[in-house]
Design a protein around this ligand. Structure first.
Ligand code: ADP
Length: 367
């Protein structure tokens, strides 16, 4: 039999509650688990904790009556569907309740098992379908925005390259200093364009449903040492000391090797790039709650509070990064987040503006 349907019954009348419970107990092929409260306020507190599948809501409660109950319920129950219970003389109230956001209404004196079960199942299904449609709409909007951003981001370096080429053609070639400047600009913009295309490909690869992570047991120590080697000269050039805190040598993780390398690469690169001369970057790892948590800490610019919610948004670059003209695409962190999630982990950070940041991610332990 399928899992029982969890109902939060908000009804202060003991007899009505017992009657409804008895009717539901007679249902064929469906089981219900009923939790009851006699106040709307108690129900609004309980729902986020007990996460019922549906709420059955009486409209004459000690702390809420009529349509006010419905309005508070719509706001308070969020995505949990609710049905209202009305008396025989106020069916119009039921209709109004539906207009205000209730999924359906049941008239108390006309209750019958089949009718209640059908109304409950429909309410849950309708809510699920409308949530799915909303997610889909939101995803489509994000995709449209992403495509618009991509076109803009690709056009900017292309326009700059075209302008430099035109200047070269219009006489820039004969002046050696101007020639160097234009060629440098073309080189820089071409590199930026190449990086963008590479990162866009990484986004597309991680996005495509068919490409799942291909996890293996990996020695974390080996992966981290490789990163230290890869970034040694970049860190030295930026006058940043790069090190790893020991203690992870015995740790084995379960991850896609390319994804794990990409995650550590992006976080370490940012930690160096947004650092100050004389600063540090430290990589550490520890086991916690059956997963491995890796942290990349830096003593760099940090992230201003108002920019924290935007950090994983594709193409977002902080004011600091643009003001200091630090090269980047704003795609690295969104790729990193996807890669971590694809491997069953979580990515988050803490930051102290002016003091530095700590980026953490979890990854499953190898079995
Ligand atoms: P980018 O290619 O611009 O580095 P990311 O997606 O990796 O793109 O990062 C997005 C933005 O987040 C960066 O432009 C930078 O402004 C900010 N950022 C990322 N990592 C750090 C860090 N360790 N310290 C300060 N700012 C950071």
């Amino acid at each position: 039999m399928a899992a029982p349907i969890r109902i939060l019954l908000v009804e202060d009348d003991q007899e009505d509650a017992e009657y409804l419970t008895a009717l539901l107990a007679r249902a064929d092929g469906v089981q219900f688990e009923i939790e009851r409260t006699d106040r709307l306020s108690a129900a609004l507190t309980a729902a986020p904790r007990t996460r019922p599948d549906v709420v059955l809501l009486d409209l004459t409660l000690p702390d809420a009556q009529g349509l006010k109950t419905v309005r508070r319920a719509r706001l308070g129950f969020g995505s949990v569907p609710f049905l209202v219970l009305t008396g025989i003389h106020d069916e119009t109230l039921g209709v109004e309740a539906v207009q205000e956001g209730a999924q359906d209404y049941l008239v108390k004196d006309k209750l019958e098992t089949g009718l209640i079960v059908r109304a409950i199942l429909y309410a849950i299904e309708r809510r699920r379908a409308s949530d799915e449609a909303a997610t889909l709409r939101q995803r489509e909007a994000l995709q449209r925005e992403f495509v618009a951003n991509v076109s803009h981001e690709l056009r900017t370096p292309l326009t700059a390259i075209k302008a430099s080429l035109e200047s070269l053609r219009r006489g820039g070639l004969s002046d050696p200093q101007a020639r160097e400047r234009f060629i440098d600009a073309i080189e820089r913009q071409t590199e930026h364009l190449a990086r963008l295309v590479e990162e866009l490909l990484a986004v597309a690869t991680l996005e495509s449903e068919g490409l799942r992570a291909n996890p293996k047991a990996l020695e974390l120590g080996t992966v981290i040492r490789q990163i230290l080697d890869d970034f040694a000269s970049k860190a030295a050039a930026a006058k940043v000391s790069l090190s790893a805190e020991g203690g992870f040598d015995s740790l084995k993780v379960w991850a896609d090797p390319d994804h794990l390398a990409e995650i550590l690469h992006n976080l370490t690169e940012n930690a160096i790039k947004y650092n100050k001369p004389g600063g540090n970057v430290r990589i550490s790892a520890q086991e916690s709650d059956g997963v491995v948590e890796v942290t990349v800490s830096d003593t760099g610019a940090g992230i201003a509070e108002d920019e924290i919610p935007l950090l994983f948004t594709p193409f977002h670059r902080t004011r600091y990064a643009t003001a200091k003209n630090i090269s980047g695409t704003g795609l690295g962190l969104s790729i990193t987040k996807r890669a971590v999630e694809r491997n069953g982990g979580r990515l988050w950070f803490e930051s102290d503006p002016g003091e530095g940041s700590h980026f953490h991610f979890t990854i499953p332990k190898a079995p």
